[in-house]
Design a protein around this ligand. Structure first.
Ligand code: ADP
Ligand code: ASP
Ligand code: MG
Length: 439
């Protein structure tokens, strides 16, 4: 059994939908995990924002426009009237449901119900398309098995047992389709694995079924050595270890959801990144080991807030760090980077939900300074403790911009550097020029 995940651009138009058929119609048993059509989740999120602002009129207009767009996709996708009408009815049902939610009060739960429509529609459209052509497939609803626990983490036991039951009910079909991104929470309500979460769904499903391989199909031929949205002449990396890929995903490489490597690493399942537009390109293979190189890749994570806590009481005191960490634990806020000196600690977070409370609590420990609009740049390479040299090329490349924090030695695979977000693009470009000179 293999797991194939297709992202939004791979199902972005009727033509892209049809291009999936030769990729999935073979003898391999596979679970096909689909994202919503490109742009759909953004549009649903915008609609929810209008709803939350009390602008129900605009939200309704947007909903109606989307319903019509889905009718147009159906018209282009299906050849027969029967399947076209079925698809129209389905779009009417989903957008009618959203419209009915607008008659109620806005709530986070209603927002999640709205956000789930994209994947429910895309998977049904693929299932209809295969049925129209006569290729057997079965749709297994993710809401029947995918679940997160009270901390928002996948409930692996529940997922494995429920997916096993769902798969046992499948007959001969080789193609099993399910939704990425969506799940149920601990109360049984519709929830999601956060934006870009279909990658995570795919590796969770891979781990739960003990799949031979997870393939993540997208619009680029694998992971590049820098962010192609900001840097020219980036190159694809053919091999990455789980650890290297996890650092890149966590520190901003948008191509992979930050948590998606963990389930694959847990069960040692190879993850292959492939391009739907160039299926013969081998892409990137992520597995337990890879060839080490001084510098492999650079990624950036925006939206970082740095908190600096300064206290003379820290000098030679023990238990000080515990007091600081307890504050972040109390407010369920993970820390990304940390550096310390004799009398101060700098920490970064990316979740500002409880920022005011955190600052208030830390103020009883020392003087607190907060700086927003920061970016973590992560350089992945060989940083094993025995390595000679302090990676001078990184610091030479960043000569012209203020470096706010450096984390070296925390990981064998990466070095993290904090810069102002306004300096991100120049930092990424100079790092590429220095670390990956053109051959
Ligand atoms: P999908 O909709 O298939 O999930 P995403 O948009 O989430 O696709 O991810 C693919 C995009 O990630 C690419 O088009 C590219 O712009 C961006 N990206 C960012 N960093 C990298 C990187 N290091 N390597 C490859 N792509 C990257
Ligand atoms: N459709 C969801 C999103 O846009 C999940 C995904 O694409 O992975 O965030
Ligand atoms: Mg994605």
């Amino acid at each position: 059994m293999k797991v194939y995940k297709f992202g939004g651009t791979s199902v972005g138009t009727a033509e892209r939908f049809r291009a999936l058929i030769p990729l999935i119609d073979d003898e391999t048993e596979k679970i096909v995990v689909l994202s919503a059509m490109a742009g759909t989740t953004n549009a649903l999120a915008e609609m929810s924002a209008l709803f939350s602002d009390g602008n129900k009129g605009e939200a309704r207009k947007k909903c109606e426009a989307m319903r019509k767009e889905y009718h147009a996709v159906a018209d282009a996708l299906f050849s027969s009237e029967t399947w076209t009408l079925k698809a129209h009815d389905l779009a009417d049902e989903h957008f009618g449901y959203i419209d009915s939610l607008f008659s109620r009060e806005y709530s986070r739960h209603n927002e999640k119900r709205i956000l789930a429509r994209g994947e429910l529609l895309s998977t049904a459209f693929l299932h209809f398309l295969l049925s129209e052509i006569g290729i057997p497939s079965v749709l297994v609803p993710a809401l029947n098995f995918m679940r997160i626990d009270k901390d928002g983490e996948p409930d692996y036991f529940y997922i494995r047992e429920n997916l096993k039951r769902e798969l046992a009910a499948v007959n001969e079909e080789k193609i099993i389709i399910t939704q990425g991104y969506i799940c149920r929470n601990v109360f049984g309500e519709t929830d999601n694995l956060r934006r870009g979460g279909s990658d995570f769904s795919a590796t969770i499903i891979g781990a739960a079924t003990g799949a031979e391989e997870v393939q993540i199909w997208t619009d680029i031929s694998g992971i590049h050595n820098n962010d192609p949205r900001y840097v020219e002449n980036t190159r694809v990396i053919r091999n990455l270890s789980f650890d290297e890929a996890a650092e890149l995903a966590y520190f901003g490489a948008k191509i992979l959801h930050p948590s998606s490597i963990h389930p694959a690493r847990m069960k040692n399942i190879p993850v292959r990144l492939k391009n739907t537009m160039h299926p013969s390109d081998e892409g990137t293979l992520i597995k337990s080991a890879s060839t080490l190189e001084d510098y492999k890749a650079v990624a950036a994570k925006d939206g970082i807030i740095v908190l600096r806590v300064r206290s003379d009481r820290m000098l030679l005191a023990y238990g000080f760090m515990r007091k600081i960490f307890e504050v972040f634990e109390a407010f369920k806020t993970p820390i990304d980077m940390i550096t310390t000196s004799e009398v101060s600690v700098s920490l970064t977070i990316d979740d500002a939900t409880y920022l005011d409370d955190i600052v208030k609590s830390l103020s009883s420990i020392g003087i607190v300074e907060v700086e927003k609009e920061q970016t973590i740049i992560c350089v992945v390479g060989d940083f094993r403790p025995g390595r000679v040299g302090s990676a001078p090329e990184i610091f030479e490349a960043l000569n012209e911009i203020p470096v706010k924090m450096i984390s070296y030695g925390g990981s064998e695979n990466s070095v993290s550097i904090l810069v102002n977000t306004r300096d991100k693009i120049i930092a990424l470009r100079s790092l590429s020029a220095k670390l990956f000179p053109e051959e």
